[in-house]
Design a protein around this ligand. Structure first.
Ligand code: AMP
Length: 222
């Protein structure tokens, strides 16, 4: 049973790298952004509420995302563990997660922070495209699909997320990085965080992340 929290600013590569770690450990990826986007697409009450925040680059209120995400974490497919992508994003969420896991006799086993400078993040997100069917992630500069508008894997249309436009990206950074740093601090205090340099090509970052999984928490992997 392994719960791994993957941390990083928007665009740091969590969505690309989480499946690599999930394969390595044989556990699912639980991505809070995907849960919310599915709710928006289905037009549920949650989706309508979340959309108001997401379209402005703001965080969805803690109370809402904690309820939705912890429900998802209790599903049977996550019994043997999970890679958490995008949750927790605030100290309040990190504490709620610790409590929920403790009640079930579980805990966050380790946390990996993918570190990328802000200016590089803004540029990456301008070039990011996601597939409309399954959320496969591409980058028109560094991880090009064969065609700019079609997913290599499932042939569905590739789109720019509405919140990846530059003005929303800057709002997301301003809004989301300060609470992210508090979450990093939360796990640093628990001695279970490792930093991985996220500026390298995708395959190098993947290799570093897999290596980080094999290193005792708190030690630095290179
Ligand atoms: P992501 O796909 O992880 O970049 O998430 C897209 C958007 O969903 C974010 O910009 C937030 O508006 C919202 N969101 C995702 N996860 C969370 C979270 N843990 N707390 C609050 N808002 C979230």
């Amino acid at each position: 049973m392994t719960v791994v929290v993957l941390l990083g600013a928007p665009g740091a590569g969590k969505g690309t790298q989480a499946p690599v770690l999930a394969d390595e450990l044989g556990v699912p990826v639980l991505a809070s952004g995907d849960l919310l986007r599915a709710a928006v697409a289905n037009g549920t009450a949650l989706g309508r509420e979340a959309d108001r925040y997401m379209s402005r680059g703001q965080l969805v209120p803690d109370e809402t995302i904690v309820r939705v995400f912890l429900d998802r974490l209790e599903q049977p497919d996550a019994k043997s563990g999970a890679i958490l992508d995008g949750f927790p994003r605030t100290e309040v969420q990190a504490e709620a997660l610790d409590r929920a896991l403790a009640e079930a006799g579980r805990r966050v086993d380790r946390t990996i922070f993918i570190d990328v400078p802000v200016e590089e993040l803004v540029e990456r997100m301008a070039n990011r495209r996601i597939c409309t069917a399954n959320g496969h992630v591409y980058n028109l500069a560094s991880n090009r699909p064969k065609s700019d508008s079609v997913c290599d894997v499932d042939g569905s249309p590739l789109v720019q997320r509405p919140d990846d436009r530059e003005e929303t990206v800057r709002a997301r950074m301003n809004e989301q990085i300060p609470p992210l740093l508090e979450v990093v601090e939360h796990y640093r205090n628990q001695g279970i965080i490792q930093h991985v340099d996220g500026r390298e090509p995708i395959s190098n970052v993947s290799a570093r992340l897999v290596r980080a999984l094999g290193v005792a928490p708190g030690q630095v992997s290179t």
